[in-house]
Ligand binder design. Structure first.
Ligand code: DQA
Length: 147
């Protein structure tokens, strides 16, 4: 039995759909969850989909992924640009880590152009709105080892 892909979303993403929709789109986080579940199911996989506004909670979930996940998809939101503690937690993982952003932070303000999370990521998907999450699931599915 392959372990689920854990999908974590950071602060303010609970407001997806109403938060700056011109940047982040009109899909809600629940819409994104449904799309991720469908994409994973098509590959015979499941997802555990979670969001928190709290850095420590996200770190607890990253640590949980060490034993409970086959891969981790993470949209760290603002913490990607600030949190060395989140980076340190991600560096303890021995599974694929896909960093995911709805927008393309590299094409936005200067302070968004660096993410600490990238230092621990296997790869990065950004700029495709809710589809970034689906593409991240696809990428994770292609990297999961099934032995
Ligand atoms: C984001 C980009 C971040 O810069 C921002 O702080 C977010 C969302 C994205 O998904 O595009 O909250 O991670």
């Amino acid at each position: 039995m392959v372990k689920p892909i854990h999908v974590l979303s950071g602060p303010n993403l609970n407001l997806l759909g109403t938060r700056e929709p011109e940047i982040y789109g009109k899909d809600t986080l629940d819409d994104v969850r449904v799309r991720c579940e469908a994409r994973a199911a098509a590959r015979g996989l499941s997802v555990v989909f979670r969001q928190s506004n709290h850095e420590g909670v996200l770190i607890d979930w990253v640590q949980e992924a060490r034993t409970e996940a086959s891969a981790l998809v993470i949209n760290p939101a603002g913490y990607g640009h600030t949190s060395i503690a989140l980076l340190d937690a991600l560096k303890t993982l021995n599974i694929p880590v896909i960093e995911c952003h709805l927008s393309n932070p590299a094409a936005r303000e200067e302070f968004r152009r660096h993410t600490f999370v990238s230092l621990a990521a296997t790869g990065l998907v950004s700029g495709f709105g809710a589809a970034s999450y689906e593409l991240a699931i696809e990428a994770a599915a292609g990297l999961i080892s099934v032995d």
